[in-house]
Ligand binder design. Structure first.
Ligand SMILES: [Zn+2]
Length: 310
């Protein structure tokens, strides 16, 4: 069984403007890295469109309608105070993001794929139940977690988010459900301002690891080893979803942590080991942020190399 990559060319057609950091060139960098000869064994899949039913497990129906109606025929429209922008291709792009994450859950849970990575954009972890935020329109990892529950009867799902930003939308969706776990390492203080260590969820099912600017590999690995991995093992997920952002990479122009490619390989292997213990090795990873094209490409390659390691 191989690692499956879900993507779709529509994800290149979300165009928030030439000066916006979350541009199509990000996905082009990821796809070109994953097309290297060393990745010949990956299996490529077209991301289907997500469904209204999948969206409504996380998002307010009025918000979904508002996004649909905001999609411009030309030019741009704004979904929030200014950094989440729609272009004519955005609706299909975000629906492919949702469809990819849910189809990846199907393939992994059905045992067709060993694990899966969704090479899709825009990111989703800041999206709240009823609003867009921080480049994110729909929260594809939260949607995928609830899809696993409703379509496959999987009760306990964990999301681990190593993007440099806190995944506020995912945490808010998960924090009141003791069968969902959200764990995040992120820079703090930093956007979006949430993610204090004191935010623990209703059943200690939220674990935040805020890291000061300048923290690097040693701090990341120490906190993951001491706090995150034991908490995950105690939670014992039946499915592990990764919010794989690469903006904590040392080359990233927005983030101020200094993670290396080897850190991404290391945490991927550690998370796979947890999934091997309680989740029959079921891992679905979804691309979030990452704004250095080089750091995004090499970080993603290190992550997928570890996912695909025999
Ligand atoms: Zn980010």
């Amino acid at each position: 069984m191989s690692t499956w990559i879900y993507t779709h060319e529509a994800c290149l057609d979300h165009r928030p403007g030439p000066h916006h950091p979350e541009g199509p060139q990000r996905l082009e960098a990821v796809l070109s890295a994953l097309r290297a000869r060393e990745f010949n064994d990956l299996r490529w899949e077209q991301a289907p469109m997500g469904s209204r039913t999948q969206l409504e497990r996380v998002h307010d129906p009025d918000y979904i309608d508002a996004v649909r109606e905001a999609a411009p025929e030309q030019g741009y429209s704004l979904l929030d105070a200014g950094d989440t922008i729609m272009s004519p291709g955005t609706w299909e792009a975000v629906m492919r993001c949702v469809g990819a994450a849910c189809a990846a859950v199907d393939a992994v849970v059905d045992g067709r794929a060993r694990n899966a990575f969704c090479a899709t954009r825009p990111c989703g972890h800041h999206a709240e139940r009823d609003r867009a935020m921080g480049f994110c329109v729909f929260n594809q990892v939260a949607i995928a977690a609830l899809h696993a529950r409703h379509a496959h009867g999987i009760r306990r799902v964990a999301v681990v988010d190593f993007d440099v930003h806190h995944g506020n939308g995912t945490q808010h969706c998960f924090e009141n459900d003791p069968d969902l776990f959200f764990g995040s390492s992120h820079q703090a203080p930093f956007y979006p301002g949430t993610g204090a260590a004191s935010e623990r969820g209703v059943a200690d099912n939220v674990l935040n690891i805020p890291l000061p600017r300048g923290s690097g590999s040693d701090a990341f690995r120490r906190h993951m080893r001491q706090d995150m991995l034991p908490a995950l093992e105690r939670f014992a997920p039946e499915l592990l979803i990764i919010s794989a952002g690469f903006d904590a990479h040392e080359l990233d122009p927005l983030g101020g942590l200094a993670f290396t490619d080897e850190d991404y390989a290391w945490i991927t292997r550690e998370l796979m080991a947890v999934a091997a213990g309680s989740a029959s090795s079921r891992v679905v990873s979804v691309l979030e942020g990452g704004y250095s094209l080089e750091g995004l490409a090499t970080g993603t390659a290190a992550h997928v190399r570890a996912l695909a390691q025999p």
